[in-house]
Design a protein around this ligand. Structure first.
Ligand code: MN
Length: 282
């Protein structure tokens, strides 16, 4: 099941995207896809519906907002692909490397503005995990029960802020617009094996990242269980699981984003994103 929110920013409505590509209105079922609705079991409710009874929205040029209205924490796993750790010259972690992202999620195809004077904007295609049920000290065997679904995510980064300005990675990860999420939240029943999905990213038509989630160092259940030792996981929280090789920083010499670039990314079954990169204004 693919759940989404469409419409102008701040005015999105909840929809179901059918396997036939049709977009169906969920407003009669739920006001919005919020953390509260996820916690209250809205996905189980929608699953029980006769899809054909839902009104079809015949809109063109639909904007997909973030598939959850009020994402809580964005917890990020770093260096979680064997090939990516190697390209940036860092040792594989023995425990997951964790950092936070401090900006609000944006829509899958919303334009991205680089920070003022930015010279080291970079891309990271990632598998996102949306939490649907609260938990602490979650066992790996039960971890997936806490997952509402998966989504595509671009962990955009200003490398100079991340690596040259002191302090923590979060500084380079939190600029407004650096968190495109979606287009859909895809429920766990539809993704047979989240650790066997192709994951890719192109800039201006050139494929830079061409990986598989089979190369995750720490897999989905392990990450959810691990994080629940340190955080109270809550419905609407988003965990992004790291990126495969092929980021701009990993190139020799490095390649970074500039205004006018177009970033296109996708994961099997989770859809695609396309972002126009713009300069900061003002
Ligand atoms: Mn990342």
């Amino acid at each position: 099941m693919k759940i989404a929110r469409i419409g102008p920013a701040g005015q999105e409505i909840p929809v179901l995207v059918g396997n036939d590509g049709r977009i169906r209105d969920l407003r009669a079922v739920v006001g919005d896809i919020s953390s509260q609705a996820l916690g209250d079991g809205v996905l189980a409710l929608v699953r029980e519906l006769d899809v054909n009874s839902l009104p079809v929205i015949a809109a063109q040029d639909v904007r997909f907002g973030p598939p959850v209205a009020d994402v809580g924490k964005i917890i990020c796993v770093g260096l979680n692909y064997t090939d990516h750790a190697a390209e940036v010259g860092l040792d594989l972690p023995t425990e997951p490397t964790i950092f936070m992202k401090g900006c609000r999620p944006t829509g899958a195809n919303d334009p991205v503005r680089l920070p003022r004077g930015a010279e080291k904007g970079d891309w990271e295609v990632e598998l996102g995990i949306v939490i649907g049920k609260s938990g602490m000290y979650v066992e790996e065997a039960q971890a997936i029960e806490h997952v509402a679904g998966y989504c595509l995510f671009n962990d955009l980064t200003e490398r100079s802020y991340q690596m040259e300005r002191g302090g923590q990675w979060t500084k380079g990860k939190s600029f407004p617009g650096f968190a495109p999420m979606g287009p859909w939240l895809v429920t766990t029943d539809e993704i047979e094996d989240p650790e066997n999905l192709s994951i890719w990213l192109e800039v201006n038509g050139h494929r830079h990242q061409d990986g598989t989630t089979a190369n995750l160092v720490f897999g989905v259940a392990k990450i959810v269980s691990y994080l629940s030792q340190f955080y109270a996981l809550e419905p609407g929280d988003l965990i992004v699981t790291g990126t495969p090789a092929g980021v701009g920083l990993g190139h020799k010499p490095p390649v970074f984003l500039k205004a006018g670039d177009v970033v296109h990314l996708g994961i099997d079954g989770l859809g695609e994103q396309r972002q126009n990169i713009l300069a900061w204004e003002g």
